[in-house]
Write a new protein. Structure first.
Ligand SMILES: Nc1nc2c(c(=O)[nH]1)N[C@H]1C(S)=C(S)[C@@H](COP(=O)(O)OP(=O)(O)OC[C@H]3O[C@@H](n4cnc5c(N)ncnc54)[C@H](O)[C@@H]3O)O[C@H]1N2
Ligand code: MOO
Length: 601
């Protein structure tokens, strides 16, 4: 029998249950770093059956607790722990415990134990142990992780107990799909989460993304490169800090270092000076001070700094004005990054801050993922090369340039195949050659009802291809397939549709291919400054201009005419306004979600 559970948090909670000896902790010890690598921050709650203690006799915190403190909070600059004496004659209350977590610090709570609660769970089962299943008694089991030989009823999701990556995929999807049970009333349901399925070829945006991501395998090849070559590249493994940052406890101010005491008598005797890059050789005694510069090591015996502005020096002595707190203006060794800590996880894209951080640790050479290779071409009799004269009834090829620019910003190597003439033989030859050179081939045009056959025939011969109609505008037609291991994206011809489809479908695929953990597109809530229309059952991507209003909130309006051939609307915009499938009309003043261009365009 299970007790009802309503998640009080806005982040998901997922339990792991098993009979003892199944390897729950062993699995969690592998799963947690894997989920961290994928960018998920975890909180864990563990049910202990025995009278555990995390403190030791002799420690101050232990002695104070034994002296009668009901709660004992012990804190340092790296962690804090709250110990609460709460003797119960029953199991601890999970809802109460969840309430103690700081949910802004985690994306998911993993719960070990609490088998009887109706909590969504993964059951771990090892046939060799001969223990019964838990799922037969508990309808809250979402999946069973077991070994090959275990037989399961068909309807239950099976996971491989020895495949941590597969279990991590499941957990990641669970987090992606999670919707809090009570949302703030002003918040609109997140777009991109719908999952109605019309026909097999008619997909929601979310389904399109998921189908594509299932096919993407991250590149495995790595290159050992230096920091100078690392810009916008993906770290192939965790960067472990070889040093403490800062290396030693140092001053955050130009001023004076001394030992703090409850009743300090002034003035202090001035013993010398310590500059950044040097150290004071002696040990300071109470009542003594040294002049110290920002970044200089705090001398032995000292623990507090008073800034120069609040000090007066006379005759080899110094006295201070203003309030002084113990430890003020002191930067502790390792307070930024401790030696041995993961400074950046594998899968991190190296931007300016990340490169600076690696440099600050003295790391110069590191394994980076090979850059994905992308081949791009355009199709269509009317499509002309920029720089040549525009013939009657033709249009310049803009799509190849938007695609190349976006792919380069994602760190890809780009192979430009130009405009391919409308001939089956030429297309076939170009595609099969590109498949040997590139991880992904991207074309634009020729995928809607009228003219799909052409690409379809060629791709069907060379590999496999799906023509989808995505419930979205712009960007409804989308072709996706494979030639051997090379992915193929056939984006719709209209220039805005190309960019929106790239952002929504190609971008996540290229990020996964490059080795980044999959993540949700970054969506921000904004107040619509004008009414916006959509159609129920379709996700509308309007070009938007977001601004910070005088009320301190993000506001958004559209760029005006939204024709899917009007690239000027993309130039004016700084975000896409996304109106999900569930909404038909947004009134001025209501909240919508926006996807900022900042990262890519
Ligand atoms: N009967 C239907 N017609 C259309 C449908 C539909 O469902 N039923 N869908 C419309 C939608 S939505 C889109 S989007 C387009 C997509 O069509 P295609 O992918 O087949 O693209 P094309 O017809 O080849 O071209 C559409 C448009 O884009 C221009 N174009 C093509 N390539 C480029 C390029 N490289 N640079 C700039 N512009 C390009 C092309 O000249 C056309 O104007 O289909 C609708 N029709
Ligand atoms: O989707 Mo088409 O994407 O309207 O231009």
């Amino acid at each position: 029998m299970s007790t009802v559970f309503t998640n009080p948090l806005s982040i998901p909670v997922l339990g792991f249950c098993a009979y003892s000896g199944t390897g729950k902790t062993t699995l969690l010890k592998q799963l947690i770093p894997e989920l961290n690598r994928r960018g998920l921050r975890l909180a864990v709650i563990k049910h202990a059956h025995h009278n555990f203690d995390i403190d030791e006799p002799g420690k101050d915190s232990y002695e104070m607790r034994k002296a009668g403190a009901r709660q004992m909070l012990v804190a340092s600059h790296v962690r804090w722990a709250l110990m609460t004496e709460d003797p119960l004659d029953r199991d601890p209350d999970l809802l109460h415990l969840l309430g103690q977590l700081e949910q802004d610090k985690a994306d998911l709570v993993l719960v070990e134990g609490f088998k009887k609660l109706a909590l969504p769970k993964i059951e771990l089962h090892r046939a060799a142990h001969g223990k019964p299943f838990i799922h037969t008694e508990d309808p809250n089991i979402l999946a069973i992780a077991c070994c090959d030989e275990t037989k399961l009823p068909g309807e239950i999701r099976r996971l491989d107990l020895n495949n941590v990556a597969q279990i991590a995929d499941f957990v990641q999807q669970y987090v992606r799909d999670y919707r809090p049970e009570s949302k703030p009333s002003s918040a609109r349901a997140l777009p991109l989460s719908a999952c109605e399925l019309g026909s097999e070829q008619n997909l929601s945006v979310r389904q399109g993304i998921d189908h594509i991501l299932e096919q993407v395998k991250p590149v495995t090849e790595t290159e050992l490169l230096t920091l100078d070559e690392a810009d916008n590249r993906i770290l192939a493994q965790d960067a472990i800090s070889p040093v403490n940052v800062p290396q030693q406890t140092n001053s955050a101010m130009d001023g004076y270092a001394f030992a703090f005491q409850d009743n300090m008598s002034q003035p202090f005797e001035l013993k010398g000076e310590v500059l950044a890059g040097h150290q004071y050789s002696g040990q300071l005694q109470p009542g003594e001070a040294v002049r110290i510069m920002t970044g200089a090591p705090v001398p032995l015996g000292a623990d507090t700094i008073q800034p120069r502005e609040l000090a007066t020096e006379t005759d080899g002595k110094v006295s201070f004005s203003g309030k002084i707190y113990r430890g003020q203006h002191v930067r502790l060794a390792g307070e930024d990054i401790a030696q041995g800590a993961v400074a950046l996880s594998g899968g991190t894209r190296l931007g300016a801050a990340e490169q600076g951080l690696l440099a600050s640790l003295g790391l110069f050479e590191m394994p980076l993922k090979r850059r994905p290779r992308i081949a791009v071409f355009s199709t269509g009799d009317e499509v002309s090369q920029p720089g040549t004269e525009l013939k009657a009834n033709c249009i310049y090829d803009s799509n190849r340039y938007t695609i190349k620019a976006m792919a380069k910003r994602l760190g890809c190597e780009v192979l430009d195949l130009g405009i391919i003439e409308d001939s089956e033989a030429v297309l076939s030859q170009t595609l099969s050659q590109a498949a040997t050179q590139a991880d992904v081939i991207i074309s634009s045009g020729g995928v809607s009802v009228g003219n799909a056959d052409y690409i379809k025939t060629v791709l069907a011969k060379l590999g496999e291809i799906n023509f989808w109609r995505i419930n979205m505008r712009p960007g409804r037609p989308l072709a996706f397939g494979k030639i051997d291991q090379t992915l193929f994206f056939g984006l719709p011809g209209n220039p805005v549709a190309v960019m929106v489809s790239f952002l929504m479908f190609v971008q996540p695929a290229l990020r996964k291919l490059a080795g980044e953990p999959s993540g949700q597109p970054r969506l921000l809530p904004a107040i619509a400054d004008e009414a916006m229309r959509s159609r129920s059952g379709r996700t509308e991507f309007s070009r938007g201009i977001m601004t910070l209003g005088d009320d301190g909130q993000l506001h958004v309006r559209t760029t005006g005419a939204q024709g899917s051939g009007m690239l000027s609307s993309m130039v004016k915009a700084n975000c896409l306004v996304i109106i999900g499938e569930a909404d038909e009309r947004i009134e001025a003043g209501e909240t919508v979600y926006v996807h900022p261009f900042a990262d890519l365009l």
